[in-house]
Design a protein around this ligand. Structure first.
Ligand SMILES: [Zn+2]
Ligand SMILES: [Zn+2]
Ligand SMILES: [Zn+2]
Length: 137
């Protein structure tokens, strides 16, 4: 079982709640914590919102999920980690899609001048209007 292996290899105890949360994030990229809770509930029945938040926090700490925090919106969670990909978000409907770094592998992690910092993430969000919403206007 993929999710079980992932938890173990990151030194996490395998619990039904963590499995359900991890699978929910894998099945529904860019889901909010509330959406993750809803999906997890369908899988395993009762799971408290707090348990979902706790699981998401530890999964993010261990690098199993990535947390994206668009300005003015709830955080989004996804299991595509480690490639520093960016996001396109529609201002009108909130549709969120992945977009690779502009050129090559994680170029945004190479700042023009890193000032001695060890950089591990460059958060880039492109805001705009998705094709569906553009057609409606
Ligand atoms: Zn849209
Ligand atoms: Zn993404
Ligand atoms: Zn980039």
């Amino acid at each position: 079982m993929e999710a079980e292996k992932a938890l173990r290899s990151h030194g996490l105890a395998v619990t039904a709640q963590r499995l359900a949360v991890l699978r929910a994030v894998a099945d529904t990229p860019h889901a909010t914590a509330d959406q993750v809770a809803e999906i997890a509930r369908k899988q395993i029945g009762a799971i408290s919102k707090q348990a979902v938040y706790d699981a998401l926090r530890i999964l993010a700490e261990k690098g199993l999920v990535r947390r994206v925090q668009p300005a003015g919106s709830p955080a989004l969670y996804e299991d595509r980690t480690g490639d520093n990909h960016h996001h396109l978000i529609c201002r009108t409907c909130g549709k969120t899609v992945d977009v690779d770094c502009a050129i090559g592998d994680t170029p945004c992690l190479s700042a023009a001048d890193d000032m001695g910092f060890l950089i591990d993430e460059a958060e880039v969000i492109y805001w705009g209007t998705c094709p569906d919403c553009r057609q409606k206007t």
